[in-house]
Design a protein around this ligand. Structure first.
Ligand SMILES: [Zn+2]
Length: 246
């Protein structure tokens, strides 16, 4: 392949801009905020599961409390009814009176036991509700921290994308100076090796840092300036400049 020496030199400008694009892409991929956001999201998801469990427990206890309170009510109304019967003086047989009094006493014990149960459920429910509040607060705080990290990420993304746009515009200008076949070769090599063209500096390929043999240097020296030279070691396009020392 042949190309004007000036066009070949433009490949070095192109390679430099492509490295800048690579650096920007790398920075975009490895932004510390991305790992932070992932970590926060994982923690938020774990807490969300715990919130559901705590809310479920609180709901179960609320139902248990309602049931226990209904039990207290039913025992209390039975005791009230018995007490009314006792107070009415309608029960006169000593045996019935004794039985009624015994039932009232037993209902009273039962009521106090059930009230204990209600209190115990209320305490457990309070603990569960406090746990829900604590978890929700923790979750909200983490979500806030994540929001801040997302804002920072978006700001850096915008900055990177702006710079990328500028570099791409410059790249288009440079690419316009390079013939299509040379540009295509460069593109293929860039895809393969990351960098498509390198300067021949001294007797060394700046792409792979290999020193060229005397025979290779002589061959390059003998070649015309238009000849597109490739590094024997890394296959990249070797661009000759005033620094090549030929
Ligand atoms: Zn090389």
């Amino acid at each position: 392949m042949k190309a004007a020496p000036a066009a070949q030199k433009r490949l070095l400008d192109l390679a430099e801009l492509d490295s800048a694009l690579d650096r920007l892409a790398h920075r975009r991929r490895t932004l510390p905020e991305l790992a932070q956001i992932d970590e926060l999201s994982a923690r938020i998801a774990r807490i969300a599961t715990q919130v559901i469990a705590a809310e479920t427990e609180s709901g179960d206890l609320a139902r248990e409390q309602t049931k226990a309170e209904a039990d207290v009510d039913s025992v209390r109304s039975r005791a009230t009814r018995d007490q009314k019967r006792l107070d009415s003086g309608q029960v006169s047989s000593p045996k019935d009176l004794a039985s009624l009094q015994s039932e009232i006493a037993s209902l009273s014990r039962r009521q106090s036991d059930l009230e204990e149960v209600v209190l115990e459920i209320m305490e457990r429910r309070e603990t569960a509700d406090a746990q829900v509040s604590r978890l929700v607060a923790e979750r909200d705080e983490l979500a806030g921290t994540r929001g801040t990290a997302e804002d920072r990420r978006n700001a850096v993304f915008a900055e990177i994308d702006k710079e990328k746009g500028e570099v791409q515009a410059r790249r288009e200008e440079v690419a316009a100076d390079i013939p299509a076949d040379l540009l295509a070769l460069y593109g293929k090599l860039r895809e393969q090796f990351g960098v498509g063209a390198a300067m021949l500096q001294g007797a060394r390929c700046q792409g792979c840092r290999t020193s060229l043999s005397i025979a290779e240097i002589n061959r390059i020296r003998a070649a015309s300036q238009e000849e597109v030279i490739r590094c024997e070691e890394c296959r990249r396009i070797l661009v000759r400049t005033a620094e090549s020392g030929l």
